[in-house]
Write a protein that binds this ligand. Structure first.
Ligand SMILES: [Zn+2]
Ligand SMILES: [Zn+2]
Ligand SMILES: [Zn+2]
Length: 215
């Protein structure tokens, strides 16, 4: 009862403060001094970024979920996700041959849909190549598994983070009646919530999950 009363007393203060966070944010400046265009809660404590810092930071941290600051308000938007070429975060070599350093180029290869606990991300597999001898590297099954992903299809069109399988495994243990469809639906909601696109196939999730648990 005491605890209920305390929550009741705190409520107006919580409401005021949550409303205050919805105030126009256009007056905010990035740490570099330029005008803010996105907020990224995964970048806390430096969550407000200008366009240039956004690209610099999120070309590297591609799984961060950002909100666009448009007209002073925050909204998830798929539009502003587009300009950045986003490569699957996967272990990769810093050279592919014995040519002198400085000839290495990292570029986007085949498109891949990565499914994590935050839903689906459309990314590209990285290709590391040498500009003088044209030798190329792209991730093998070993690199994919070593980076914490499980193939959803054998040609790597879809990858699941093993963490999302672990989460489903844990929730099934706590609540055996939990349906796989409901879990996948929750992941689809996460995808849309963060302004991304893509649907997760419950069938692919199920088949891949069974393989993962068997192994
Ligand atoms: Zn971030
Ligand atoms: Zn900046
Ligand atoms: Zn070379």
């Amino acid at each position: 009862m005491v605890s209920l009363q305390k929550w009741k007393e705190a409520r107006p203060c919580l409401i005021d403060n949550i409303l205050a966070t919805l105030d126009p944010l256009s007056h905010r400046v990035c740490q570099c001094g330029k005008q803010v265009v996105v907020r990224c809660l995964d970048c806390l404590p430096l969550s407000f970024l200008c366009a240039e810092c956004d690209i610099a930071v999120h070309t590297r941290f591609v799984l961060h979920n950002r909100e666009a600051v448009t007209g002073g308000f925050l909204q998830p938007s798929s539009e502003f996700h587009k300009p950045i070429v986003r490569l699957l975060p996967v272990q990769r070599p810093d050279h592919v041959c014995d040519c002198p350093a400085g000839n290495v180029e990292v570029s986007p290869g085949a498109i891949v849909a990565l499914v994590t606990i935050n839903g689906c991300y459309n990314l590209a597999l990285p290709v590391v190549s040498c500009t003088s001898c044209d030798l190329m590297w792209s991730p093998s099954v070993k690199d994919i598994l070593g980076s914490g992903y499980w193939p959803g299809t054998l040609n790597f069109c879809t990858l699941f983070s093993m963490d999302v399988f672990q989460s489903f495994y844990d929730i099934k243990k706590a609540a055996p009646g939990m349906s796989l469809k409901a879990f996948v639906k929750m992941l689809d909601e996460r995808t849309a919530h963060f302004g991304r696109t893509g649907r997760i196939s419950a069938d692919a999730f199920s088949k891949s999950f069974v393989e993962w648990s068997a192994v």
